[in-house]
Ligand binder design. Structure first.
Ligand code: GTP
Ligand code: MG
Length: 421
């Protein structure tokens, strides 16, 4: 097995910052990029140093650490300018990358679709463009974290070629966007509501989608599952799955790329198409890991990004996940139609969540017995496909069955209703 890249993490702690938590997240990011964190340096400062990000003395200290601990890569917790990278590399004998670079690297590893790969490449090119001039070390980077992906050799070509490449990718992405647009229009025409599962990375979005798929598709369930794993940014592409609500109406659930604090602007721009899918949601499920130590901060990050991306008010259901990991008395877990507590892993309260969505979209339901004459069997077939029906019995006049109707459509079926429970 190949040895893991030995990484040293560096952050500046501004006054009253929550930087220690940041370092945990940066460590997880390094792990997602298959590197190993050897040590961590945090410097308390009032501001960021223009030349070195940390103070010059600190850079010299870093250089010593690098020698002593045989560090391959020094990773800074903020985005560095080209000249900061250059200045640090003059003192430190290791590859120097920043948080954005690291996230881009993880994205490059996880992009499997054509669109995902193009988006990552676009983000990488946009990141490298302002950092090209005078950077002596791009060719020295060799390989490893921060140099991988579709854009890797392109760092050496000149600005003009990069700009050409950027516009080429942008037009390819526009073509793909048209395909997406066509599909979206069809969904709108079919009036199938979209429920977008949104949340911080690793909250359990893909696991939730898989549980929904499992509950509804029998033999085909395996083939419809998406990738879920305990790592940051397991998902990069948007996946859509059709699911029936308790009343029988169909909706489409979407699972997409997770959010993170300081999500690089290059990523937000390049993944615009993917992220903007949530703009068309009828309901957003904001999924939160209830055990998250930085729950409040991560919740705010997600809420801010949702607002930024959608630019309009979309009903949100806040869903706390992984409640199997907390002991029973620690938390009030009374679910409502706005807040639902679930365990995607243990399939707990998934029915509650579906009920909440059904209620928000369609209102109250009534259970009734319907009698439909032979002359209007098409109404029965419609209900069979689009509502929950059961206990069908036929006689010479027609069909009698149990059905779930939505209160707001009761008038349409009034003449067929025999009993209301
Ligand atoms: N204990 C527990 N673990 C869960 C639950 N739901 C998800 N997980 C675990 O959390 C990890 C992340 O799950 P994912 O579904 O990949 O998370 P995600 O939100 O899709 O993450 P990204 O795609 O990386 O943004 C996996 O190891 C899951 O098994 C849960 O209800 N309880
Ligand atoms: Mg996922």
């Amino acid at each position: 097995m190949e040895d893991k890249e030995r990484c040293l993490l560096v952050a500046v702690q501004l006054t009253e910052d929550e930087n220690e938590n940041d370092m945990e997240e940066l460590t997880e990011l390094v792990e997602a990029a298959e590197g190993e964190v050897i040590s961590t340096i945090i410097q308390n400062r009032h501001g960021i140093d223009n030349r070195y990000y940390v103070g010059q003395g600190k850079v010299e200290e870093i250089a010593l650490y690098v020698k002593e601990l045989e560090i391959d890569t020094v990773i800074f917790n903020d985005e560095l300018t080209g000249s900061q990278i250059r200045n640090i590399e003059e003192i430190v004998d290791a590859k120097v990358i920043d948080r954005t670079n690291l996230i881009l690297d993880i994205f490059a590893r996880r992009a499997f679709t054509k669109e995902g790969q193009l988006q990552v490449e676009l983000a990488q090119l946009k990141y490298s463009l302002p950092r090209l001039i005078g950077s002596r070390n791009f060719s020295r980077l060799g390989g490893g974290i921060g140099t991988r992906g579709p854009g890797e050799q392109k760092l050496e070509i000149d600005r003009r070629r990069i700009k050409e490449k950027i516009s080429d990718i942008q037009s390819q992405l526009q073509e793909l966007e048209k395909v997406r647009e066509t599909k979206r229009k069809k969904r709108l025409k079919d009036q199938v509501p979209i429920i977008s599962i949104v949340g911080y990375t690793n909250a359990g979005k893909s696991t939730l989608l898989n549980v929904l798929v499992e509950s509804q598709y029998k033999e085909e369930a395996e083939s419809k599952k998406v990738y879920a794993d305990n790592m940051l940014f397991a998902t990069l592409d948007t996946e859509l799955r059709s699911v029936k609500l308790p009343g029988g109406k169909k909706v489409i659930f979407s699972d997409t790329v997770g959010f993170i604090k300081k999500l690089p602007t290059q990523i937000v721009e390049a993944f615009k198409g993917t992220l903007e899918e949530i703009k068309y949601a009828d309901i957003i499920i904001h999924l939160i890991d209830i055990n998250d130590e930085n729950l409040r901060l991560h919740k705010e990050t997600t809420t801010d990004l949702i607002e930024k991306i959608t630019g309009r008010e979309i009903p949100v259901i806040t869903v706390y996940n992984k409640i199997d990991k907390i002991s029973g008395d620690n938390i009030r877990t009374i679910s409502t139609n706005d807040i639902v507590y679930i365990s995607a892993k243990n399939k707990f309260n998934i029915d509650k969540l579906l009920e909440a969505i059904d209620y928000k979209l369609n209102g109250n339901k009534i259970k009734c017995v319907l009698r439909i004459p032979n002359s209007d069997l098409k109404t029965y077939y419609y209900l069979y496909e689009n509502r929950n029906t059961s206990n069908e019995k036929y006689d010479e006049n027609g069909i009698i069955f149990d059905a779930v109707l939505y209160e707001n459509e009761r008038n349409n079926y009034e003449k067929y209703i025999e009993v209301i429970y």
